[in-house]
Design a protein around this ligand. Structure first.
Ligand code: PLP
Length: 475
């Protein structure tokens, strides 16, 4: 592939781009239950227009583009108020949940460096249900993640286990509101009290829940407190590009006060170039995400969000009930908002997801842990509302198909895994990758074998397999 010698026509460019879309799953159909949060056509157009309007402005220098400062501070103020921060609460808009989490972890690390220079390997205590972004942050920033168990019935963090995991080196506690996998809120009040008792920072990951849960609270749904109203919570991440329904590239990281946020900001005058001062990870960045986010908050308003939340919660209730009525399936835990997962004791749910995919549905496979079974995840959002009954119906039919189909050959997989564990040679990895169907640079059609293999492998080896695969997949 080369850059064409002479440019294509506008029509050719767009025809080609449009044709690439045909590779993708059709999220507009309402059958994709992850990755996309669709507020409906009219609102989406408002966001798109606002996004495009500020696509070229650069957030890097607010003295050149003061509109960037205005948009960002407006968004942060609106979200901080929603999360019941007082006038001292501050924050930033970032490119996504992962960046917000990275920054919260960096802030904790740099505060510890300043105040506890004796700590050489800082530790972060987090439940197994916390998002992988914390592990990524630990990996990038040189922290040790100390993972604690959860209650196998409710999927909530085990606070006693978190207490037991705290050492001299602990600098940060983490909990979710809610966790992505099962949609349940950790005991934020108890963990906040623990953080205060031990003098630790406490980050609440409300990336998926910050906006949706706050409106549920305002509407009178019964929910535990999870925001700045809880003493001991020092920072919160809340994504706008999930249940804030903004376009991708928009999350917020909020701190209880400025004294903490200081540690997030990076400045450098030590080069031949311009003064660089970056509050977030990115330096040059488009004003599009800010404008899209500002637009949706103002276009929907509280009433607009509340209408969405009401409908989405009602759809979730019907779905959970409908899935629990299918004999082979059971919903795990009791979700606090509109995301949950379900497992099966009689069939392979990864095969069920593949069977559903043949009918245009996307249900996300999640792995087993020593404490929980493998399962499929569902995030309900406004764009999926019209498909609730159809989903239940197809699930019912596909369960019957999977029950009658050939089960996956787990014995062969376990055999290959055992061989790999005994002798982790490149050939043994290649054999396992071939068995999983992730050889070379092709995208897989079906996920069941891949998930089965990954689920059978210890995490460290599964990660190696995935890294090798992506190293081949992308040029
Ligand atoms: C609870 C939670 N935290 C963090 C993230 C990471 O967010 P992003 O994919 O925007 O980086 C996610 C993503 O789903 C999430 O569910």
């Amino acid at each position: 592939m080369q850059i064409p010698k002479h440019g294509l026509s506008r029509e050719e460019v767009f025809a080609a781009l449009q044709s690439f879309k045909s590779y993708d799953m059709d999220w507009k159909s309402g059958k994709v239950w992850a990755y996309v949060y669709n507020p409906g056509e009219e609102t989406r157009q408002v966001v798109t227009e606002a996004y495009n309007m500020f696509l070229t402005e650069n957030c890097l220098d607010p003295s050149v583009f003061p509109s960037m400062l205005k948009l960002e501070t407006d968004i942060v103020r609106m979200v901080a108020n929603l999360l019941r921060g007082d006038e001292g609460a501050v924050g930033h808009v970032t490119s996504g949940g992962t960046e917000s989490i990275m920054l919260a972890v960096k802030t904790a690390r740099d505060k510890a460096r300043a105040e506890r220079p004796d700590i050489t390997t800082p530790e972060m205590v987090l439940p197994k249900t916390a998002h992988a972004a914390f592990h990524k942050a630990a990996h990038f920033l040189g922290l040790k993640p100390v993972v604690t168990p959860f209650d196998t019935h409710t999927f909530r963090a085990d606070v006693q286990a978190m207490r037991d995991a705290i050492t001299e080196n602990t600098i940060l506690l983490v909990a979710s509101a809610p966790c992505y996998s099962q949609g349940v809120i950790d005991p934020i009040g108890e963990i906040g009290a623990l953080a205060q008792e031990k003098g630790l920072l406490f980050h609440v990951d409300a990336c998926v829940g910050g906006i949706h849960l706050s409106f549920m609270r305002k509407m009178g749904y019964h929910l535990p407190d999870f925001d700045f109203s809880v003493p001991g919570v020092s920072s919160i991440s809340a994504d706008m590009h999930k249940y804030g329904y903004a376009a991708k590239g928009s999350s917020t990281i909020l701190y209880r006060d400025k004294s903490l946020r200081r540690y997030q900001i990076f400045a450098c005058t030590d080069t031949t170039a311009y003064t660089l001062i970056n509050p977030t990870v990115l330096s040059s960045k488009s004003g599009g995400p800010l404008a899209g986010t500002w637009a949706i908050l103002n276009f929907l308003g509280e009433a607009g969000y509340e209408d969405i939340v009401r409908e989405v919660q009602e759809a979730t209730r019907r779905l959970v009930e409908g899935i629990n009525q299918i004999e082979a399936l059971r919903v795990l835990g009791q979700a606090d908002m509109c995301m949950f997962s379900f497992a099966s004791d009689v069939l392979n749910v990864y095969q069920l997801a593949d069977e559903m995919k043949k009918r245009g549905w996307y249900l996300q496979g999640q792995f087993s842990t020593p404490l929980s079974p493998r399962n499929l995840h569902i995030s309900v959002n406004y764009g999926t509302l019209p498909k609730v009954d159809a989903l239940i119906q197809d699930l019912r039919e596909c369960v019957e198909i999977v029950k009658k189909s050939k089960p996956i050959d787990s014995a062969t997989i376990r055999g290959e895994v055992a061989r790999l564990l005994q002798n982790p040679t490149p050939q043994a990895f290649a054999n396992l990758a071939a068995l999983a169907g992730i050889q070379g640079s092709e995208l897989p059609e079906e996920m069941a074998m891949i998930n089965e293999v990954l689920d059978a492998l210890p995490d460290e080896l599964a990660n190696v397999l995935l890294i090798d695969y992506f190293n081949e997949l992308y040029v």
